[in-house]
Design a binder for this molecule. Structure first.
Ligand code: BES
Ligand code: ZN
Length: 968
């Protein structure tokens, strides 16, 4: 046991780091945290641009932007390690003091190095560590001869690098050992070795846990923090006797810490060879609960706060089953003797795949079967499947640099569907892929501000910006397309080849393409170009195409054309990229034969297909089951044939393609590539549609039309049309949820109820009101009375159609139970006085609305069609009062919220005036720019489409008028 004195001396030095950068100083960072639509700093030129992320995945994306984003990416600095020495083994010993007023960690590390190129400078990563220069030793391993250290160059604050200079050059081919002592601080940044807390029986408890990806291992101990610099890690952590610790590998021994009664060292087994970002450990008062026995050969436990013990059953069951599934899917055994999964109270990401110790946000691991929504359960399964998929793809084989992060994340985002499907077939994950991932990311990748999947990144800020929908969702789509091109089984065998060829090493995307190519060749899969040639077009170009299909009804053929699909076109002509792709064409007229295949090559703008195999009166659908990453636009005749087929018997078209047809048509109409009439024609069949995926796809598109028409005379016919479609769906699904409902039926009901109640369908409104009345009489039986899936619609509808009593009850529940869904429901009131009252309460600290919920209230009032103008006027008229009560942090975000529904010139004028009146706060904000652009395109949309849609609606009113609709 080494002397603790230097440690005490170092505490004084460490406190110099006391003012660790606090969260968010600039207004843009605040916006970033508040906005649900994601704002992502541009990784290439450092200019902060934005992406508007449609809200479908807001529930996942909200946390994607960790609090420690660097304000200034430090371009141009050399941040890479030279690679002339490489680590082989680390012995890391850490003793964290987990108590208020201390938070220091006493650290000691031994690093065993191979010298590759002779050098006197040993550089490694380190950040916010107080290193004791006097403690540094360098020894030649074989001889044990010390080499004296002549200098210690500390560039932690600029390059996150320290350099140890030695008196004589290290020799290439020889091994060396470096040791040093250091102090770190358990920070509150949720990065490195950090502190987290929770309340148990009124007492705040603390724990220390790691989050190293992407570049924060260096905050915990000096290390070679690059993904290719793999090594073995032997971890030793100190803890109070009564606490527990856990790390990547199994615990071997526990021994007392000499001189510190009540404290012990936990010695962990040396890890397999792995990247530094996968190292993990945790010191806490958590309990580890073994998974259900017999489900896996690997020892599997769930770690959580003792009070959360009863919430671990779901994870205890699916975790080991997913692990077993992946062993058979990859055809490679899980290499560690154990797997732990831990639920962490404060966690920046959603979950983290540390090898053998996966960490989660609590809500993604801990499930209360009585209170969890169907979506929460699905998310828990999906997150586990995602992180377990990484244990092979990511951990066993790691991308060679962060430019290829998509290999890790895109692949895991693909496998999460397959892994979840294996243990929860009722979730029908593979049906959900296109709405959750593909159609979702289309909305982002159709903007000029998108980026290619694989781009150069250097700084930590640039690296962190890669964890976005392009790496995850687009990555998963491109992999799914690749699997479809070469065949699912060939693809699976190709993966096994890739993983075994590169096990414990690193690989780039070319290695993956090569393994898939070899496999495809060996199985005689015929392709028009190499896998690499095809896939490079999808990974190195941003965006995606739409294919125009113009059929020739005389010849039976068609001309197909590829063009980039853009939601908005700027006049920026400086981009030299030719936006054409290797484009796999698949098409069918009946789904009975094997699907037809052809290709547009990267050099072909258009091509004639001589024979589609369809008669002139038969429809043809391209991109079968939306396996590929493009949209399709048809000629009017083919749209007519498809519309007629859907009305006659929509089941003749696959559910994926029905969803695709609707999503494509509305997006093509939005960008003026097809008439709105063609898109609206496709909705006529929806009165027969009963499936979740097509409905969910179209509702997100119809929502925009609904928002735009709200204040125009056309809204009345629109509402009638929508009701004629939604009411049969709602009637089929019914209001009452039952235990035996399939998973997707619950999802259907959420959508059907949401729209039925919004449209005022009587059965939905009355059932909501009576359920709410029951709740008012037994407020403590919420879980028994209201299904968690239906809760938000029921509460909202009760406020919308109820009176003062319903409102008062909601406010009371919010205040006494801290249940924000009641507060959100209150914002759905249709009474202007209630809504302005709610906004006024935001300015009054004694109103009962918590500061924490201020943003939620404003957002929901602004989203309310009645509240939108009220919110804008509030912002204009009460600016100073808002500033006095809440400061300036909300202004830009609130401005953006208001813009979504604004679509008139008068509104735009007001908004511009507001911006100019407060140019210091609003002038340079990206949210404000984004908001104004949104209003401009809304205005343009109205001027282009209102007339056409109005005419279509007038000509397509349902035969019988719907009488059972409640009007306000
Ligand atoms: N490797 C990531 C965690 C991560 C994210 C680390 C961002 C550093 C920065 C992990 O595998 C992951 O992707 N987690 C997801 C959960 C999910 C999509 C199922 C997350 O954090 O959102
Ligand atoms: Zn991941």
């Amino acid at each position: 046991m080494r002397n603790l004195l230097p440690f005490l001396v170092l505490i004084a030095v460490a406190s110099a780091f006391g003012n660790i950068q606090t969260q968010f100083d600039g207004p843009d960072e605040v916006e970033l945290r508040l906005l649900e639509p994601a704002v992502v700093p541009d990784p290439v030129d450092g200019v902060s641009r934005w992406w508007y992320t449609p809200s479908r995945k807001a529930h996942i994306y909200r946390h994607k932007y960790p609090k420690n984003i660097q304000a200034q990416p430090r371009q141009g600095e050399d941040l890479r390690l030279p690679g002339d020495v490489l680590p082989r083994l680390y012995n890391v010993r850490l003793l964290p003091f987990i108590e208020v007023g201390n938070w220091t960690t006493d650290g000691y590390v031994e690093i065993f190095l191979d010298c590759i190129i002779s050098t006197v400078n040993i550089s490694m990563n380190s950040l916010d560590l107080t290193i004791d220069p006097a403690s540094i030793t360098v020894t030649e391993e074989q001889t044990g001869n010390p080499i004296s250290v002549v200098d210690f160059i500390d560039e932690q604050s600029t390059r996150e690098i320290i350099t140890i200079q030695v008196s004589r050059p290290l020799t290439a081919g020889k091994q060396y050992k470096i040791t040093m002592k250091f102090i770190s601080i358990l920070n509150a940044l949720l990065a490195g070795f950090y502190r987290s807390s929770y309340v148990e029986n009124g007492v705040t408890k603390y724990l220390a846990v790691t989050q190293f990806e992407a570049t924060d291992a260096r905050r915990s101990f000096p290390c070679f923090d690059e993904p290719t610099m793999k090594a073995n890690f032997t971890v030793t952590v100190g803890r109070k006797e009564t606490w527990t610790s856990v790390s990547n590998m199994p615990l071997i021994t526990t021994e007392p810490i000499v001189g510190m009664p009540g404290f012990v060292w936990d010695n962990y087994q040396t890890s397999v060879t792995m990247s530094s970002y996968l190292v993990a450990f945790m010191v806490s008062e958590f309990i580890g609960i073994p998974a259900e026995p017999g489900l896996s050969n690997v020892e599997f436990s769930i770690w959580a706060r003792p009070e959360a013990r009863n919430l671990t059953d779901y994870a205890r069951n699916i975790g080991p089953r997913i692990l077993e599934f992946f062993e058979s899917y990859y055809n490679i055994d899980y290499p560690l003797p154990k797997q732990d999964m831990a639920a962490i109270p404060d966690f920046a990401a959603g979950a983290m795949e540390n090898w053998g110790l996966i960490t989660y946000r609590e809500e993604y691991l801990l499930i209360d079967p009585n209170r969890a929504t169907a979506r929460a359960v699905q998310l828990a399964a999906v997150v586990s499947a995602h992180e377990l998929a990484h244990q092979w793809f990511g951990n066993l084989v790691t991308m060679d640099w962060w430019n290829a992060l998509w290999l890790n994340e895109g692949f895991a985002s693909y496998m999460e569907y397959i892994g979840t499907d294996a243990v929860e077939p009722d979730f029908k994950m593979n049906d959900q892929f296109i709405i959750e991932n593909l159609q979702y990311v289309f909305g982002i990748d159709a903007l000029e501000t998108s980026r290619p999947i694989n781009i150069e990144v250097n700084t930590p800020a640039e690296i962190n910006s890669m964890f976005d929908a392009i790496s995850y969702e687009k990555g998963s789509c491109v992999i799914r397309m690749c699997a479809d091109i070469i065949g699912l089984e060939t693809f699976q065998r190709g993966l096994t080849r890739y993983l075994s060829d590169n096990a414990y090493g690193n690989a780039g995307q070319d290695n993956l393409w090569a393994a898939l190519q070899t496999q495809a060749d060996s199985e005689n899969v015929i392709l028009p170009a190499t896998v690499k040639e095809i896939m490079d077009t999808w990974t190195f170009k941003m965006g995606f195409p739409y294919v125009t299909v113009n059929r020739n009804y005389q010849t039976g053929g068609a001309v197909v054309i590829q063009n980039r699909f853009l939601l908005r076109k700027s006049n920026d002509t400086t981009d030299p990229t030719v936006y054409q792709w290797w484009l796999p064409l698949t098409y069918t007229s009946d789904y009975t034969q094997t699907k037809r295949r052809d290709w547009l090559s990267v050099d072909e703008f258009s091509k004639s297909l001589p024979n589609l195999g369809a008669a002139a009166n038969q429809w043809v659908i391209f991109n079968v089951d939306q396996q590929n990453y493009y949209r399709v636009a048809y000629d009017p005749t083919n749209y007519g044939l498809i519309r007629d087929q859907l009305i006659a018997d929509h089941q003749r078209v696959s559910a994926n393609n029905r969803a695709q047809l609707l999503d494509d048509a509305f997006n093509l109409a939005l960008t003026e590539l097809i008439p709105y009439a063609d898109a609206l024609d496709l909705t006529l069949y929806l009165k027969y549609e009963r499936e979740y995926v097509p409905w969910h796809a179209v509702l997100s598109e119809l929502n925009y039309v609904d928002i735009m028409l709200y204040n125009f005379a056309e809204f009345s016919n629109w509402k009638t049309h929508m009701t004629s479609l939604v009411e049969p769906y709602y009637n089929f699904i019914g209001f009452q949820e039952t235990q035996s409902d399939p998973h997707l039926t619950k999802y259907c009901r959420i959508d059907a109820m949401n729209w039925a109640c919004r449209l005022g369908v009587a059965d939905c409104v009355q059932n909501s009101l009576s359920t709410y009345a029951t709740l008012m009489s037994q407020p403590d039986n919420l879980a028994q009375i209201v299904s968690p899936n239906e809760k938000s619609t029921i509460l909202r509808t009760a406020i919308e159609y109820g009176g003062q009593a319903e409102y008062d009850f909601a406010f009371n529940q919010y205040k006494t139970k801290s249940d924000t869904s009641f507060l959100v429901a209150m914002c759905a009131s249709k009474q202007a006085t209630v809504l302005s009252g709610l906004l006024e309460m935001l300015l009054d600290p004694t109103s009962g609305i918590l500061r924490l919920d201020v943003n939620t209230v404003f957002n929901n009032v602004a989203n309310n069609p009645i509240g939108n103008e009220i919110a804008l006027d509030f912002l204009i008229n009460r600016w100073d009062d808002i500033q006095n009560a809440l400061g300036s942090v909300y202004f830009a975000t609130w401005y953006r919220y208001v813009c979504t529904r604004q679509n008139t010139q008068a509104g735009l004028d007001k908004l511009i005036q507001l911006r100019d009146a407060h140019s210091v706060i609003l002038g340079n904000s990206n949210s404000v720019k984004q908001g104004i652009q949104t209003v401009e395109s809304n205005i343009q949309w109205v001027s282009l489409n209102l007339g056409e849609i109005g005419t279509w609606l007038a000509g397509n009113q349902p035969a019988k008028t719907i009488s059972n609709v409640i009007r306000h």
